[in-house]
Design a binder for this molecule. Sequence first.
Ligand code: GDP
Ligand code: MG
Length: 696
Amino acid sequence: MSHRGDPARFDPSRVRNFGVVAHIDAGKTTLCERMLVRTGVEARLGEVEEGTAVLDWLPAERERGISITAAATSLPWREHQLHLIDTPGHVDFTIEVERSLRVLDGAIVVLDVLAGVQAQSEAVWGQLRRHGCAAVAFLNKLDRPGADFLGALRGIEQRLRVRCAPVAYPYIREGKLCAVADILRQRMLAPGYPPSARHWLALPQEIASEVGVLRAELADALAEEDEHVFQCLARDETPSAELLASALRRRTLDGTLLPVACGSALHQIGIEAALDLVVDYLPSPADRPAPCAGLRADPAALVQLEPRADEPLVLFAFKLQRIGRRDVIFVRVVRGQLRRGSELLVARSAAPMLVAKLYNPHADHLEPIESALPGDIVAIEAAGEFDGVASGDTLCDRAQVCALEPLEVPKPVIALAVEPVHAADREALRAGLARLVREDPSLALREDEASGQWLLAGMGELHLEIALERLSDETGLQLGRTPPRVAYSEVPIRPARGAARIERSFGADLLVGAIEIEVLPAPELDSIELRFDPAAAPERGWQPALQAGLFALAQTGPRGGYPLARARVVVRDARRPGDQGSEAGALQALGSAWREVMAQLEVELHEPLMAFEVLTPSEYAGGVMGDLQSRGAQMSEVQSEGRSTRMRGSVPLCGMFGYASAVRSLSQGRASFSMRPQGTRAVPQQEWAARGLTLA
Ligand code: GDP
Ligand code: MG
């Protein structure tokens, strides 16, 4: 059923690109594995618990039983081609969700019926909305004792502030989940039949009236916005399932209703309902043309990129990964037809790139294909040893250079120092680290020339641990490293200026440059932004070098040598009329001007603040709360939910190292905990010494 490579059979309305997103342990990977088997793509069930899940293919994932990297695959369902990306739920790998959402049109949010909407699901919901991704939900784990479908729906409505439209209903008999009913069609899939023989049953007596009520409520909700449904109800007729489904599809695409199905991924109940959700309610590429950030030649012009095969190519490179011995670039074809042998341009650098190979990804297995069309998510390999592509790059036809929005990259909160055990390995380590950072833009790297170490910063302990583990596995290098610590930053509180002129003979050459810089506090920014003063901008050709130079300088702040943040740097060319000048001269002047600024810049020292959520059986709530407060936590919400208590609030990250095991022992292993970055706060002066902060 794949149309890949065949524009004649290309029908974007039969394509769905969707992600499976949610909090860790909701059952995303398990659901995906079931969908693969149900659609016949895989013959055998993979299990997260046994380390055999097809989509958790990295050794680090199989050992730990969690997803780390987003895995892509395709499956056929009801004459549609579904391209799926299973994403990690752990907050350390947020970038995987963020970049996946850039290439997906919709998502299934998987929710654990007992845990409800957990912190990371709420965060992902925000990401979905920000990217304009349509959403449907799958309430999972209905096999667990105490599962309350309607109660969970109310929880979703409250937490996500969206109206739910249940389309499936669980049939639970004597505490056991037996099957899932189809609310629109008022029937139930008989359990136990092989996938090829769908066998429908009438609704059992116990749930028939409840399902009828839910169907009527759904029709009422749809009638509010849909003329046809409204007319139907006004005539006292029962709207058909098709009419309701098409009205619900529109409401899903505009984000005003959330269709919800349910089941048990583990026990393979409701998998068809989940697949139907994707086909019936999530958008196709044709429903959602990607807006383009603008043509390079004419920066003011925004163009809408229609997903058409007969226009110049535009690809979004959302992910780079080494799979086996291949370095592949995952792309979404936004427009045009991509072929083996296509010649492309990296929009950022104008570097040319030749597509040597093209693949259909199925987790770590790459199936060679000849071409791909708009809406397709495929993997490509560049000819030669080309390493000029970074995550978030736009690749396009040289006939029409155009750049899509870059990736939004979260700011690292934790850092450690690495060095090779054997000095001879320095170059190999340098290359390995550079590749890590190109693959994962939420890692940041800086070489500390004084100590000969590299500082690697990332999103959490697990993030850095896994990055270094992959590095040593893939390169065989032995590494020395420090324990991770909080990634502090230096935030200017008053503007400062500096200027330098240099005029030096350099052999026969005269090195001339004059630069003026100003550093301004910019609380609205996360990191630093560089601007060239439009009235006196340095020559265009020098700007990339100046930019790179400044970003390198700004990695070392004036107080503790931590990177500058929340600042804007404005650069002016300060040459007098008639002055000569060169890039090298400008760079030298920049270095001197920067030293002058640093000598006067007043900064605050900032540390990462985290939003946390703990869900614990209520008998442990007191102990958990006391412990959190001793770590400097501020509670914003303490709510009891049945026999559990949910606590939310914020806490400085520095108090939270090793918290996962602390909360385990405080609750006999029964509490769940998560946290995510929530900006920074200034570290009070009296705490500096206790933190061992060495300051200028
Ligand atoms: P992910 O982190 O969202 O990808 O979750 P996984 O698919 O890795 O599942 C997390 C855990 O929940 C595993 O131990 C699964 O076996 C278990 N699990 C998944 N689905 C269900 C379900 O429907 N019922 C029950 N009882 N457990 C499930
Ligand atoms: Mg997973």
